[in-house]
Design a protein around this ligand. Structure first.
Ligand code: ZN
Length: 166
């Protein structure tokens, strides 16, 4: 890290005191080596903001906890370890960052489906039913994300529970 220039004369400054501010920022009291004036700087982490673009075009901040809840709900009573879900959430968040911080809700749903399909067919169908009833309702519809062929034989038991989720 380089030094911080004095706002008055642009010379190098040194830190005379470091404290943590109430909001978690690092507050440094600095003194100019040249003119002797003191000033204060704050350092904060800049968290990359991630967004989900909804179907109506509205942008919403990406809610990691909400995504995890939705996936856990889909995997409820299925033999899917919670840490696998956590890893899937990590993967989706990474995709979001790689895409420049914004993806459509549709795309995020697809990523969830792709991930769940690798983990458990029942969880996949459950999520598909919530995400898009058309998918679980008619698995043969072309152009949609579909279960792998052998999974298509599964009874729609998991998907039929979706009524409770709205
Ligand atoms: Zn100065």
């Amino acid at each position: 890290m380089g030094f911080v220039h004095c706002p008055h004369c642009d010379s190098a400054s040194h830190v005379v005191e470091t404290r943590r501010a109430a909001d978690g920022a690092v507050r440094r009291r600095r003194e100019c080596a040249s003119c002797g004036r003191r000033f204060t700087t704050y350092e904060r982490y800049e968290l990359a903001r991630l967004f989900v673009r909804k179907r109506d075009g509205e942008r919403q901040p990406f809610d990691r906890a909400k995504l995890r809840d939705a996936l856990l709900r889909a995997a409820h009573k299925r033999p899917v370890p919670a840490d696998q879900i956590e890893r899937l959430v990590d993967r989706i968040e990474r995709e979001l960052r790689d895409a420049g911080g914004e993806l459509s809700s549709r795309r995020i749903g697809e990523l969830c489906l792709i991930g769940l399909r690798e983990l458990d067919a029942g969880a996949y169908l459950q999520f598909a039913g919530v995400f898009d009833p058309a998918i679980s309702g008619s698995p043969d519809r072309s152009g949609s994300v579909r279960p792998a062929s052998k999974d298509a034989e599964l009874p729609a038991k998991a998907a039929s529970k979706r009524g409770t989720d709205g």
